[in-house]
Design a protein around this ligand. Structure first.
Ligand SMILES: [Zn+2]
Length: 371
């Protein structure tokens, strides 16, 4: 019964593109000491009861009192091992979400975690916390940008405990800067109500909507860019071209494109890579791509060209389209954040951590993880 409810609301919210893109977001349900959570490599839109991993909550709670090494790599490897050991028997090779401990911290039966662009317009903005405090009437916890997984769980454990003491009831709404939002409720209806309330409160304060209609792009220049990209990435590469009004506006000058050169959230980093390339013309496109390769060790997935918009490049059609979808999401976030003091990318230190994170590299390889 509880698995049916979990599957149903996962499919419902997972198939709404305003709420979930690619493998983003995750859901869970509790039954006493047992918790079901979306497994890595599954998508909310299509998940079935079999796509959830059954977890032992007592074992998950133990990870919060355990001493782990300070070194990121050593700690994350041990945490991942403990996470896998907290699975109930007979879970096969299913891997629990990296935010499993955080899901378990909520006392409520159901948890819905999403990265909606409307919400991230606030969480990835300069005035994020102040804007949320002004707009959201429902009591919530705000968590500043931090390393996902174990570090985030530790911070949330303290914050949730503090909230309960101060408010006399468990918290059911947590905003994560440069990441997304957690909703918790004992009922599926309760989750839906809270989600709608938050989305409506933020939407009411957004002063400008992004324009994704096709803009006045330079067709001849775009053709030359296609040729230049094929020459650099190989004839078999798949290019998704986005000449929207909004993409063209950001692509106009290095100054207007600057805000899009670094990722706002782990999603953008995982699917579009950490750094993008910018060029004025087809002639300087190869130089921009090579600079990224020399400085960061990889060819960019996103190439922004003045007068053209942006190009998303990958070996596969799915990878190319997903990168384009996520970069359009970054554009949405940047536009929404204009209403809250302007967008704020993740710090380089946080981006470096996520880029090097084993769990995340697993996710991008599969093009469909979680978190
Ligand atoms: Zn997340």
């Amino acid at each position: 019964m509880i698995l049916e409810e979990l599957t149903a609301f996962s499919n419902l919210y997972g198939s709404n593109e305003d709420l979930v893109l690619a493998g983003g977001g995750n859901t869970s349900a509790k039954d006493g000491n047992l918790m079901y959570i979306k497994a890595s490599g599954t998508q909310l839109a299509t998940i079935t009861a079999d796509g959830f991993v059954a977890m032992d909550r007592a074992k998950l709670a133990e990870t919060l009192t355990k001493e782990y090494p300070a070194d990121d790599d050593a700690r994350e490897a041990m945490v991942l091992a403990d996470l896998n050991n907290a699975r109930m028997p007979d879970q096969g090779s299913k891997r629990p979400s990296v935010e499993t401990v955080l899901h378990s911290l909520f006392e409520q039966r159901f948890v819905l975690h999403l990265h909606p662009s409307v919400v991230n317009g606030v969480t990835c903005s300069q005035q994020g916390r102040a804007a949320a405090e002004m707009l959201i009437k429902h009591p919530f916890i705000w968590v500043d940008a931090c390393k996902p997984g174990y570090v985030l769980s530790k911070i949330c454990a303290d914050e949730l405990a503090r909230f309960k003491v101060e408010n006399g009831c468990p918290c059911d709404l947590v905003f994560l800067a440069n990441h997304g939002v957690f909703f918790a409720s004992d009922t599926v209806e309760g989750l839906g109500k809270l989600l709608e309330e938050v989305l409506a409160s933020i939407r009411a304060a957004i002063v400008r909507e992004p324009d994704f209609s096709t803009g006045a792009f330079d067709g001849e220049k775009a053709e030359k860019c296609f040729a230049a990209i094929r020459k650099l990435y190989g004839e078999d590469c798949v290019i998704t071209y986005e000449p929207s009004v909004e993409a063209l506006r950001f692509a106009e000058t290095p100054e207007s494109a600057a805000i899009l050169m670094k990722p706002f959230s782990p999603d953008h980093l995982v699917y579009c890579k950490q750094f993008q390339a910018y060029g004025f013309c087809d002639g300087c496109l190869p130089g921009a791509v090579k600079r990224c390769l020399e400085e960061h060790g990889y060819m960019p997935k996103i190439i922004i060209i003045s007068g053209c918009g942006f190009f998303a490049v990958d070996e596969t059609a799915k990878g190319s389209q997903t990168a384009a979808d996520l970069f359009n999401d970054a554009i949405k976030v940047a536009v929404y954040a204009e209403s809250f003091g302007g967008a704020k990318p993740m710090s380089d230190a946080l981006s470096d951590f996520i880029a090097n994170w084993e769990v995340e590299s697993y996710r991008s390889k599969k093009h469909e993880g979680e978190e």
